[in-house]
Design a protein around this ligand. Structure first.
Ligand SMILES: NC(=O)c1ccc[n+]([C@@H]2O[C@H](COP(=O)([O-])OP(=O)(O)OC[C@H]3O[C@@H](n4cnc5c(N)ncnc54)[C@H](OP(=O)(O)O)[C@@H]3O)[C@@H](O)[C@H]2O)c1
Length: 350
């Protein structure tokens, strides 16, 4: 008995030390840090006393959590297996992660093009009976060529995703293209796309529309200028290294568009080679806090693959950056992110 107690005490002391190290880099606002510490047993893995703040998603008027679940969370094989490989997050894990996020007030769910990004959270929300508490966003991939077939493509992608999300409607439908679909390929003729989106709205299958692509900031500015009155949302990369969004967001806000940022960690590249259990503990949280400091951002979506990542990343909402945390972010921002050419070439701070 005595042995068990002393093991528990030393484990509690060690997690407490880790927590102190983490919060040492970023101050928790509103006295939450001291109240957590005052209760002895709470660690950075249990920040659920905090609530993720909400913002208004531009002209949609939707009340959204300022941090959202990224769709890639469910699509990529990132969970280590006993055999030394990797697998995707399973449904039970997704239920646990989503439930923890919703307890913190998170209500936004992004989903990109892979099917799991809709099917996994769709099934999890069904099990949690939580669809009516969620804002669901889908991305439909098409080339916006300005040909009649654009419409069929949008209908097909939307119907497929409604089934996977196990729902009659989604809140947002975003047009999504690759870096190869430039205006030269006819991208900016969205006439048929808008016709299709209008019909889906009339049918009650989608509520609001937007676009978000792997484009350059200049192309985003053109799109906002030309189509910002029609579309409600723009979705754009933004993190401590890739800050060119700061040159685009004012134009989006002028049109009252909602702003959803992606890639707060540059798909994890900014965290590579960091000692996240030691000196760099809390760095991912601080990277999200950095994005949230920009009040032109409405939602920062981030990829999460474990319950610990859920708790850490969402705690950014109540964490204020200290001077020491800012210094550490500046160092991280200087790291080149190979493998993400479109980000590195187009989105570095202008
Ligand atoms: N086409 C589009 O419009 C488009 C494109 C890209 C992204 N998006 C959206 O934006 C969302 C966010 O972007 P993203 O997922 O590409 O990249 P991200 O959020 O910048 O990075 C996600 C990666 O960061 C790592 N990570 C996250 N939290 C961590 C933590 N607390 N500690 C350690 N590592 C952590 C994870 O790596 P490990 O897996 O190694 O743990 C994860 O794979 C996506 O999920 C998607 O919804 C849309």
């Amino acid at each position: 008995m005595a042995g068990r107690a002393s093991n528990a005490e030393s484990s509690s002391a060690s997690t407490r030390r880790r927590f102190l190290k983490r919060v040492g880099q970023g101050a928790v606002t509103g006295g939450v840090a001291s109240s957590l510490l005052g209760q002895g047993g709470l660690t950075a893995k249990e920040p659920s006393q905090g609530k993720v703040a909400h913002r208004t998603l531009g002209k949609t008027g939707l009340d959204v959590s300022e941090i959202g679940f990224g769709g890639h969370s469910w699509a990529y094989k990132k969970v280590p297996t006993r055999e030394g490989g990797y697998r995707k997050v399973n449904i039970d894990e997704a239920v646990e992660m989503i439930s923890a996020g919703m307890d913190m007030g998170v209500n936004f769910f992004d989903s990109c093009t892979p099917l799991d990004e809709s099917s996994t959270p769709g099934e999890a929300l069904k099990r949690l009976k939580a669809r009516d508490r969620a804002i669901v966003s889908i991305r439909v991939s098409h080339k916006c060529k300005g040909v009649e077939n654009d419409k069929q493509e949008i209908y097909k992608w939307t119907e497929e995703r409604l089934k996977l999300w196990q729902t009659d409607y989604v809140d947002l439908c975003l047009l999504c293209n690759t870096e190869n679909d430039t205006p030269q390929s006819g991208y900016w003729d969205m006439s048929y796309s808008m016709e299709a989106l209008d019909k889906l709205k009339q049918q009650g299958k989608i509520r609001f529309t937007g676009f978000g692509c792997h484009f350059t900031p200049e192309l985003f500015l053109q799109a906002i200028d030309k189509y910002g009155d029609y579309f409600d949302i723009v979705s754009i990369p933004y993190n401590v290294r890739h800050r060119a969004a700061e040159t685009v967001l004012p134009a989006a806000k002028k049109k009252q568009m909602g702003v959803i940022t992606i890639k707060p960690f540059a798909r994890g590249s900014l965290l590579k080679k960091k000692d996240l259990e030691g000196d760099d503990a809390g760095l991912p949280r601080d990277m999200v806090s950095f994005v949230l400091e920009n009040k032109q951002v409405d939602i920062c979506t981030c990829g999460v693959h474990t319950i610990d990542q859920v708790k850490e990343n969402f705690s950014a909402s109540w964490t204020k950056l200290t001077p020491a945390a800012r210094d550490r972010l500046q160092i991280a921002a200087a790291t080149s992110c190979g493998g993400h050419r479109w980000l590195e070439e187009g989105w570095l701070y202008a």
